[in-house]
Ligand binder design. Structure first.
Ligand code: HAM
Length: 426
């Protein structure tokens, strides 16, 4: 028995082939579809100064309060592994003066995020997001367009049975009045609130909506709703957003209790959920954040975006798709040292021709090498032994239908392409 000396840290995981092919498929599709909407890739560092996340996500949020991977670097500075992507993109937008470029600027990113959450299905400590952020567009059509782009991707990947939940959480004008009403309501229920919510009441009452404690959830479900307090501009924005969704044929439901777990949002927020994932039902989420750029020292710039949880999306895809890896074009079976040496030069030639070629390195009998070729699901097996070498030929066997023939070593490339193309025709 082997004893495994090292294992991954709790809540993080290896992503192995063939699953990685599924990840690549999603990433490729996202890149292609996002580029149709004018989004370019941005890559920001995985670590940032801690203050960046405290100032954007908010001091009293679950993420900042208890989920960040924060440490001191050797110079004693507080550094955090990014728990999300928006704050970093906004920082990069300002630091690199991207607001001087022609507006609107639109970015997407893919990569790992880190949150010290209690791991369970669909919830990890290192997880991955594909996210997008668009700057300088005030029009509520932007949020509808973002959701359309998300739907297009999910539809393309064959994912169905999704719900889009939307809400408006108002702006700096109307939210204070709502907060007053919420505080009034919570005051009347203070004795039944958990200690976290009592603190939230003091510092950031909207965060009571993040509470997972059952008694608090009960109280909060009857709390006044923000949508009843929206100012006229926010009301108009929300109604134009909803009518854009209808024009785009995107089904939605309004969830007046959804405030999202990050503080930077203004007006529109949304989540795409599914019943297929159990408790961790949000596949993607986002919203508008019109004040963040300015709060970070940039010019007044409206913005909105969303992020998809890759692990959750992959779980949904796995239920629908097979994760078979792609097939090699050629598997070279070689018997004997000279034949194996020749196999190496043939492989080199074929790879330069763009054909995926696997080698047996001469290991094992003819039978076991052919079995391996089958296991790889190679389209063709090339068999080369000492006799073939003397005759200057190879045996080529099409593994899909068993058809085989001799080909000359001098004609390997053209003959193999013929064998492969025939495979495509039939
Ligand atoms: P978020 O709702 O915190 O938003 O995360 C977005 C998505 O990431 C979630 O809907 C979920 O699919 C996935 N996710 C979050 N935490 C975990 C976890 N521990 N394990 C697995 N998946 C997880 C944001 O991060 C915002 N930055 C989205 C955004 C972009 N808003 C505007 N622009």
């Amino acid at each position: 028995m082997m004893s495994v000396k090292f294992r991954t840290i709790k809540g993080v995981q290896d992503i192995l082939p063939p699953k990685t092919y599924l990840w690549q498929r999603v990433e490729d599709a996202a890149r292609r579809i996002f580029s149709l909407f004018g989004f370019s890739e941005i890559r920001t560092p995985i670590m940032e100064f801690t203050e960046l996340f405290i100032r954007s996500i908010g001091e009293d949020t679950d993420i900042v309060e208890k989920e960040m991977y924060t440490f001191q670097d050797r110079a004693g500075r507080s550094i955090t592994l990014r728990p999300e992507g928006t704050a970093s993109v906004v920082r990069a937008y300002i630091q690199n003066n991207l607001y001087n470029l022609p507006a609107p600027q639109k970015f997407y990113y893919c990569g790992p995020m880190f949150r010290y959450e209690r791991p369970q299905k669909g919830r990890y400590r290192q997880f991955h997001q594909i996210g997008v952020e668009a700057f300088s567009i005030d029009d509520p059509y932007l949020e509808a367009e973002l959701i359309e782009m998300l739907w297009l991707l999910l539809e393309h990947l064959g994912i169905e049975d999704l719900n889009t939940e939307v809400n408006s959480i108002g702006c700096t004008q109307c939210r204070p009045l709502y907060k007053e009403n919420l505080l009034e309501y919570l005051k009347g229920n203070m004795d039944s609130l958990c200690s976290d919510c009592k603190r939230r009441y003091q510092h950031n009452p909207l965060r009571v909506f993040d509470c997972k404690v059952d008694t608090c959830k009960g109280i909060i479900s009857s709390a006044p709703k923000i949508t009843e307090f929206l100012c006229n501009t926010c009301k108009e924005h929300f109604s134009r957003f909803l009518s854009s969704l209808r024009k785009l044929d995107i089904p939605y439901s309004i969830n007046p209790s959804m405030v999202r777990g990050l503080d930077y949002y203004t007006r529109t927020v949304f989540e795409v959920t599914t019943t297929a994932l159990g408790a961790q039902n949000a596949v993607a989420a986002g919203g508008r954040y019109d004040t963040l750029v300015e709060e970070f020292g940039g010019p007044k710039t409206p913005a909105a975006g969303f992020a998809i949880g890759m692990e959750r999306l992959i779980t949904l895809l796995e239920e629908k798709t097979d994760t078979e890896p792609p097939q090699p074009d050629v598997y070279i079976v070689s018997l004997g040292t000279d034949a194996t040496d020749r196999a190496y030069t043939i492989a080199s030639t074929l790879r330069r021709e763009g054909l995926w070629t696997e080698l047996s390195y001469g290991m094992g009998s003819l039978k076991s090498q052919l079995r391996r070729a089958d296991r790889f699901r190679a389209k063709l097996a090339l068999i080369i032994g000492e006799d073939e070498l003397k005759r200057g030929t190879l045996t080529c066997k099409r593994l899909t239908d068993g058809f085989q023939g001799e080909i000359k070593l001098t004609d390997v490339v053209s003959d193999i392409k013929r064998f492969l193309n025939h495979d495509q025709d039939t």
